[in-house]
Ligand binder design. Structure first.
Ligand code: PA5
Length: 436
């Protein structure tokens, strides 16, 4: 599952000495991460989580998931931000591209849908419509237990469950993932006797995918969570080294920092696999919320190629020279698909017939990288062996560690998000919430 960082595409932009000169900074960052002495150090729990993950909890996650798989056609995961994107990314990455149109039997598991990640009436209305007449269960996820968006969605879905299955029946179809003691959801769970899972105190939302926040939805979706955790554990071992030349997470963080200081203000995470779309969304939150503060930080953007080469491609090639790309390259696709032979060659594809489609995808990647580098866009490449559970866990841990390191290099606290409160205050005031 291990992933490899390929830096050839930054050679034109970074002098040979620059990375080495980052070593003293990396030493300091390594020290404050591992000795837990930096700002936000109360939130470094994710650093050790994959190592010896509580076996009883894995067992309980499996049991609850198996029950949901038996009694539900649809499983609704309610959450926002870090309580949503990790599970969504993992499930999209590992599932059939058209899971929602497969019938229950072929899918072999409930359809996992999400709510509480927006306040759209039409989204909620359509969800309610889909749930009517179908067996469903709900997992509400909120560390604070008080976030407005999921709270609204949960109130609606809880009402539906109670109406459909009665109080006792509903109780068995609600799973709550929240803080051990604090918050409205914990209180509600205690009162109603819901099944609960705990988000550890020292793990913040966007670093929580390898806790029950991500693991329960993954397990319901048929993902082998032990393999995911094993992948993260492999990363934990591989990324302990403090030498920037030997630790790819620190190397990636240092490269981002060097490019940022050269005036690149946007990093675009690129992949050639639509299954990675939400992984990029998760990555954007991780980096955007961890680094974008104190008037600093790279703006994390994402694109899917070759789709977006026909839209954003023009800007990337020829627009303002303010961005660099981090390209995720999947070395082995999950299946083969040959470009068929044709008796005539009117479509002009004769020169690639008989080749695998992935061969073309790989050449698109290589060709695009060359063109973009030539156009003044540095390219970092991250090679992953295949899209599987182990790699998923590895990537999560890789980016979490790189993100913490990168934020400390920048001189910001990777684990707070003071700016997120501003919109809430402003909205609450308009809504007339008591106290605002
Ligand atoms: O990363 C974060 O801390 C945030 O994105 C939170 O996960 C998000 O705001 C949801 O918070 P909560 O889980 O408390 O509902």
């Amino acid at each position: 599952g291990s992933i490899k960082l390929d830096c050839l595409g930054v050679d034109n932009f970074i002098g040979g000495h620059e990375l080495g000169l980052m070593q003293p900074v990396v030493d300091a960052v390594h020290e404050i991460i591992h000795k837990k002495t930096g700002p936000g150090s109360d939130f470094l729990g994710w650093l050790d989580i994959p190592n010896g993950y509580n076996a009883d909890e894995i067992e309980r996650i499996r049991k609850v998931a198996s029950n949901i798989r038996k009694n539900s056609e649809i499983f609704v995961v309610v959450g926002i931000g870090g309580s949503y994107l990790g599970a969504k990314a993992a499930i999209d990455m590992m599932s059939h591209s058209f899971a929602s149109v497969l019938d229950r039997e072929r899918r072999g598991r409930p359809l996992v849908l999400f709510a509480g990640q927006n306040i759209s009436t039409s989204y909620m209305n359509d969800l309610v419509e889909v749930l009517e007449g179908r067996d469903f269960s709900v997992n509400v996820i909120s560390k604070s237990g008080t976030t407005t968006e999921p709270a609204i969605a949960f109130r609606i879905l809880k009402g539906m469950l109670e109406k459909k299955y009665g109080m006792e029946g509903a109780r068995k179809r609600i799973v709550v993932t929240t803080d051990e003691k604090k918050g409205a959801l914990r209180k509600l769970s205690n009162e109603n006797g819901y099944e609960t899972f705990t988000i550890p105190d020292d793990v913040g939302g966007r670093y929580s995918v390898l806790t029950p926040v991500g693991l329960l939805p993954m397990s319901v979706a048929g993902i082998d969570i032990e393999k995911v955790l094993q992948g993260a554990c492999d990363a934990l071992e591989d990324l302990k080294e403090k030498d920037v030349m030997k630790n790819d997470a620190y190397k990636y963080a240092a490269l981002r920092n060097i490019l940022y200081k050269k005036g690149m203000s946007i990093e675009m995470l690129v992949s050639y696999e639509p299954a990675l779309h939400y992984f990029a969304e998760w990555w954007k939150q991780l980096f955007g919320e961890s680094e974008g503060k104190d008037s600093k930080g790279l703006y994390p953007a994402s694109a899917e190629f070759s789709t977006d080469l026909h839209s954003l491609g023009q800007y990337i090639q020829d627009g303002r020279r303010i961005l660099f790309e981090t390209v995720i390259r999947v070395e082995k696709p999950k299946c083969k698909m040959e470009i068929p032979a044709s008796s005539d060659d009117t479509d002009g594809l004769g020169y690639i017939e008989g080749k695998d489609m992935d061969f073309v995808n790989q050449k698109a990647l290589e060709g695009t990288m060359l063109a973009h580098i030539e156009g003044g866009v540095p390219n970092i490449q991250i090679k992953i062996p295949s899209v599987d559970e182990n790699t998923l866990g590895y990537m999560v841990y890789f980016f979490e560690k790189a993100c913490a390191a990168s934020a400390y290099m920048l001189g910001v606290n990777p684990f707070d998000q003071p700016g997120v409160e501003s919109y809430k205050k402003s909205m609450f005031k308009l809504l007339g919430k008591p106290g605002y």
